[in-house]
Design a protein around this ligand. Structure first.
Ligand code: EAX
Length: 323
């Protein structure tokens, strides 16, 4: 009788161990709050992956730069210390230089243009290029059109940028563009930004309404100018060390989960593009909306050379030609 009892216990224990071993939990890192457009995308990724895999894979999000800035997290993917990351393309150009083309100022006309480019041949070509640099580009997601905020004054013309200490991403196209427009750019990882604004280390920064609201920048910035100077893509990246260990079926689950993530993030960007400006005003920011973008675009144009000097104008012209 005793032997039967222990045999049954042993069998149950081994089943439990097997089911635990079968479940793999992945971590999705990003730099924003858990309820931001990236956090919503991370949750959508996890839900879809869990659904498609029947629970074989689950996941958690590591928000708010817990695992480092975007550049750190991308490096983590390359060495396998990170599983999946939702990141802007800002720092990605340091790993995949061709991606700098996507961060050129005033290149994309509007959201429809940007999404059509990224969801078409050009987007697929750049995801393949990402794959040549110890990364896996699963899907194009979205950060949004970037606007200038600062603590000093209403920015209506480039002259208002003169001398402003402006945090930029670690992106040489953005740094050159803001130098040309008259500001004094300081590259900085996102997790350091709120404190730097609070302490006056920098006067301002530039980010989409999605990020400004998620980060409550109204607590440290009095002015926002809707310059829309750069369309900031985001991308769902995975570690090749994780992906190479999967079956083709499992790889398909990750690809579908990334698409679901991007769709959820874009939906939240759409919502905040409508509701976000009112939220900024409600929280005390002076919102400058009647911006003439032409003088900014003219001054920022030389920043294109950061990309075209090395890669020519072909990709830029292809992007501009997409209707
Ligand atoms: O990707 O660093 C930035 O300003 C980015 O827009 C932010 O991390 C979201």
């Amino acid at each position: 009788m005793k032997h039967t009892f222990f045999a049954v216990v042993g069998a149950i224990a081994s089943l439990a161990v097997t089911s635990v071993q079968a479940e793999q939990s992945i971590v999705i890192g990003h730099s924003l709050s858990p309820t931001s457009h990236y956090g919503i995308g991370a949750d959508a990724f996890i839900s879809k992956l869990t659904e498609l895999s029947g629970g074989e894979f689950t996941g958690t999000q590591a928000p708010a730069g817990q695992l480092g800035g975007e550049r750190d997290m991308i490096e983590g993917l390359q060495i396998g210390s990170m599983d999946v990351v939702i990141t802007s393309t800002g720092p990605l150009g340091n790993f995949v230089p061709e991606v700098f083309a996507l961060d050129l100022p005033f290149l994309f006309r509007d959201y429809a243009h940007a999404r059509k480019v990224l969801d078409g041949d050009i987007g697929q070509e750049l995801l393949a290029k990402i794959g040549e640099n110890q990364l896996v580009g699963l899907a194009w997601s979205e950060n949004g059109f970037r606007h200038v905020t600062n603590s000093q004054r209403a920015v209506k013309t480039p002259a208002d940028l003169d001398g402003l200490k402006l945090r930029t991403m670690e992106n040489k196209v953005h740094m050159e563009a803001f130098s040309e427009m008259g500001a004094s750019p300081t590259p900085m990882a996102f997790p350091e930004l709120f404190t730097a604004l609070q302490q006056g280390v920098v006067d301002g920064q530039e980010n989409p309404v999605t990020v400004i609201t998620a980060s409550k920048f109204w607590e440290v910035q009095g002015f926002v100018s809707l310059t829309g100077h750069v369309y900031s893509p985001a991308v769902v990246l995975a570690s090749p060390i994780l992906i190479d260990g999967l079956t083709d079926e499992q790889k398909g689950w990750f690809a579908e989960a990334a698409k679901a993530s991007a769709a959820a993030t874009r939906a939240e960007v759409n919502r905040l593009e409508e509701a976000g400006v009112a939220l900024l005003r409600e929280n005390g920011m002076e919102v400058i909306t009647d911006i003439d973008k032409a003088p900014f675009a003219k001054l920022a144009q030389p920043a294109y050379a950061v990309y075209t000097d090395q890669y020519g104008t072909e990709l830029v012209e292809r992007i501009q030609a997409v209707e």
